[in-house]
Ligand binder design. Structure first.
Ligand code: G6P
Length: 612
């Protein structure tokens, strides 16, 4: 969703950083963008609806230059997608602000400021921040730091803000409450951003702000910073290890394609922790063993694709570790009456680590008395791992495509590792079983590579799919969540309506939809439920439905003009859901290519959902 950048250079122009940084934040999803730069005459601003490139072209045409500036990509929440609603917002020509998050009390604040004579040009909640800071700035003798500190006391909600003032050409003030914000340090230059990918081409030295922090910056770095209690504070400077290559396309056409193809490596990097360190509780944190021995059940909270990895994990956790596991959509859990159990481990799964609903669900669980939490996350230092007792990071590398791919399969690797770890601790996994699980994990990157090699057959399927208005995905047992993930991928990037059902439910409703225009994708590996799935497939065939079946060796299906088969080269076993995910990912990707949709930035969607 929204992204923030800002920077101060001692002498040179900051505009190249602002536009480059905003382009690197495009993947998060946005619908307009803008920058504001300090110039001797005024704070000069350019905003445009649509791509950052449009805005950059306009800035170049205007000849915008200056050594202090801020920029923003906006994903509309309060107010439509219009230029006046795009950030930065300026108050009285004096104060310019960019903002991520939501000011919940903006209506009452707006009324208060209107009574003070401020006029509003936009429908956004952000404009109240600009006017409020301007008001405090005037009341506090032009002290920008103090003005932000005073104004922040009026804001209820979540924010990360960056503020500049026209009569202060060398300084910027930033503040964070509930939304990520970092300061990055170069030589004679200081940057700020909501996401590390915006700054990494310029410097790797980074400090992450904590909630409640307010900092005054110049080209030398942080001049002063206070925490939420008003005390002076320093935050550690870390060196980011994210590779620049992971943020760029390389030889690929789309990030989604690149990320699908990166899965063998991402999986083997993520599995390393178990293959080198064993299925040991220590992988999840210092006191994980004590916690794992004390828990009697698990609840997993997540959204989107991460929710489907949780649904898959339930099967492993209950069959391998024999621990009762509930899975809930985070946005549902946080608003219902729950029966808290302090012996239940709360697991949150999130690629970004900043999905607001998942974060709020974790806080809600903690407030209900849940003392144990584990975060499975792909982004170091993000909000969820910071708020959790235990953490294990997926090592997928940066995921840029809005449709999650390698984050999902690496989440599954960690969740499988967790199931085996708990199974060992609880006495359900003996030495022989452990060796077998290790062997399967070692094989996994190869199996995934073999699944990728099936791409030409999937391309042929995609050409049939692309013209269809809707599709049905079926699976049973642990492959049902993979059917759900397949349907989600297809919806997200092709806009084809797709639904997933447990195959046994077909006759209770969705069978009514089946005709020769409704392709039915079935995940049908050679497992204990195969015969049941075959019977469900007969129900489709008998109604003239066309079947597209992902299966393994030795499943004794026969293909015909209404039954299409793609087989993995061997029977996979317990990690089969991970391998069969690749097929549904590639199917969506090639359907999107056939339809000509925007693969990496599907309409209306955002990568990081930091609003409710
Ligand atoms: C958005 C993304 C999805 C993602 C979901 C949860 O909807 O487009 O790809 O699965 O958020 O995100 P998280 O970062 O918490 O895994």
């Amino acid at each position: 969703m929204c992204g923030i950048v800002g920077g101060i250079r001692r002498h040179s122009n900051i505009v190249d950083f602002l536009t480059d940084g905003l382009k690197r934040l495009e993947y998060r999803g946005y619908d307009s963008s803008g920058i504001a730069v300090h110039t001797p005459d005024k704070i000069a601003r350019v905003r445009r609806v649509g791509r950052v490139q449009n805005m950059q072209d306009a800035a170049t045409a205007k000849g915008l230059t200056g050594s202090l500036g801020i920029g923003h990509t906006r994903w509309a929440t309060h107010g439509g997608v219009t230029e006046p609603n795009a950030h930065p917002h300026i108050s009285g020509g004096l104060i310019a602000v960019v903002h991520n998050g939501i000011i919940e009390n903006f209506e009452s604040e707006k009324a208060r400021l209107q009574n003070l004579g401020y006029e509003f040009e936009s429908q956004t909640d952000t404009e109240v921040i600009a006017h409020s800071i301007k008001h405090e700035y005037m009341n506090n003798g032009g002290d920008l730091f103090l003005a932000v500190k005073q104004a922040a006391q009026n804001f209820h909600g979540a924010y990360a803000i960056a503020v500049i003032a026209h009569d202060n050409p060398n300084e910027m003030v930033v503040a964070r409450m509930g939304c990520p914000l970092l300061v990055a340090f170069g030589d004679d230059e200081t940057f700020i951003a909501s996401d590390v990918s915006a700054v990494i081409a310029f410097t790797r030295k980074i400090s992450y702000l904590e909630d409640g922090d307010i900092a005054l910056l110049n080209a030398d770095g942080i001049i002063k910073m206070i925490d939420k209690t008003g005390q002076a504070v320093n935050r550690a400077v870390k060196t980011s290890s994210i590779s620049l290559a992971s943020l760029e396309l390389g030889g690929y056409n789309h990030f989604m394609q690149k990320e699908i193809y990166e899965q063998p490596k991402a999986i083997s990097d993520t599995a390393e922790v178990f293959l080198d360190g064993g299925f040991d509780a220590i992988n999840f944190g210092e006191n994980a063993e004590t916690i794992f021995k004390d828990i009697d059940s698990i609840k997993i909270l997540a959204c989107g694709t991460s929710y489907y990895s949780a649904l898959t994990a339930k099967y492993w956790l209950e069959s391998i570790a024999k621990i009762r596991t509930d899975v809930e959509i985070a946005s549902e859990y946080r608003y219902r009456d729950v029966i808290a159990n302090p012996k239940e481990l709360i697991i949150t799964i999130s690629q970004s680590g900043e999905t607001l609903d998942t974060m709020e669900a974790l806080k809600f669980a903690q407030n209900q008395g849940h003392k144990y939490s584990l975060s499975i996350c792909n982004v170091m230092e993000s909000a969820l791992p910071r708020a959790s007792t235990l953490v294990l990071y997926t090592r997928a590398g940066a995921e840029i495509g809005v449709a999650s791919t390698k984050a999902f399969t690496t989440q599954l690797v960690v969740l499988f590792g967790l199931a085996v770890t708990l199974g060992k601790l609880r006495g359900f996994v003996d030495e022989a079983m452990e060796q077998d699980f290790i062997a399967q994990l070692r094989h996994l990157p190869n199996d995934v590579q073999h699944a990728l090699n099936l791409e030409p057959q999937i391309v042929a399927w995609a050409s049939k799919f692309a013209a269809k208005p809707s599709a049905l995905f079926l699976g049973r047992g642990i492959h049902y969540p993979i059917a759900l993930e397949g349907a989600l991928k297809l919806k997200e990037i092709t806009y084809i309506h797709a639904e997933a059902y447990p195959a046994g439910e077909l006759k209770h409703g969705p069978l009514a939809l089946v005709d020769d225009n409704m392709p039915v994708v079935v995940i049908a590996p050679n497992d204990a439920l195969l015969d049941k799935v075959k019977a469900n497939m007969q129900e489709v065939s008998a109604r003239g439905g066309e079947l597209f079946v992902f299966t393994d060796l030795d499943t004794e299906f026969s293909a015909d003009d209404k039954v299409h088969l793609i087989r993995t080269p061997r029977h996979i076993g317990v990690l089969s859901p991970i391998v069969h995910t690749v097929g549904v990912q590639l199917l969506s990707y090639h359907c999107a290519l056939a339809k000509g949709t925007d693969v990496d930035k599907p309409r209306n969607l955002a990568k990081s959902v930091t609003v409710e």
